[in-house]
Ligand binder design. Sequence first.
Ligand code: SF4
Length: 214
Amino acid sequence: MKETTKEIYEKLLSRFGNASCELNFKNNFELIISVVLSARCTDKRVNIITKKLFLKYPTAQDLAQADQEDVEKMIFSCGFYKNKAKNIILLSKDIVTRFDGEVPSDYEDLISLSGVGRKTANVVTSVGFSLPAIAVDTHVFRVANRLGIAKAKTPLESEKILQREVDKDKWGRFHSLCVLFGRYVCKSRNPKCEECDFQHMCKYYKDLEKKGKK
Ligand code: SF4
């Protein structure tokens, strides 16, 4: 790991300590459904929704047989509810018919499930199965670009660079730290640069300074 990446990792670690996923889940089925629902939605909102959803549909078998309109009503407040309802039902059907009702641990199997993209597959690999994976969500993508760790145009490009830049045994933790840093400090709009340790290495901050906005 380069010295600057190491410095960033160590500082994030001392600030956010044992960062972990902020979604509530009891098993990998609940995790994968929660991650799908979290697209363009806050974890806080997803946790409110899933509390009732998993009471009514606790397993992949239950959700696979659910009425789509009922699911739409239950997840309405997380946005894109029609697509998400369709996807989590299809995803549950896939888990039941192809994997005996168990969420698979293999990355290629995960990504083959309906509605599961790279980010979701990586989060489940890392958080659910404790295997090395770097999920690049909107926070990781932004933070890695601003700090210059991964200057990338797409999440996939960012993921490939981060896999080279960050030690493999730290991939999962690095993701969680960047998510918290992006969520609470390096926000998309109005980042809290005044309370950030990385001003000296942040191009975004330097550009804001030049424009007289900091
Ligand atoms: S200085 Fe501001 S923009 Fe740069 S990493 Fe810190 S919070 Fe983000």
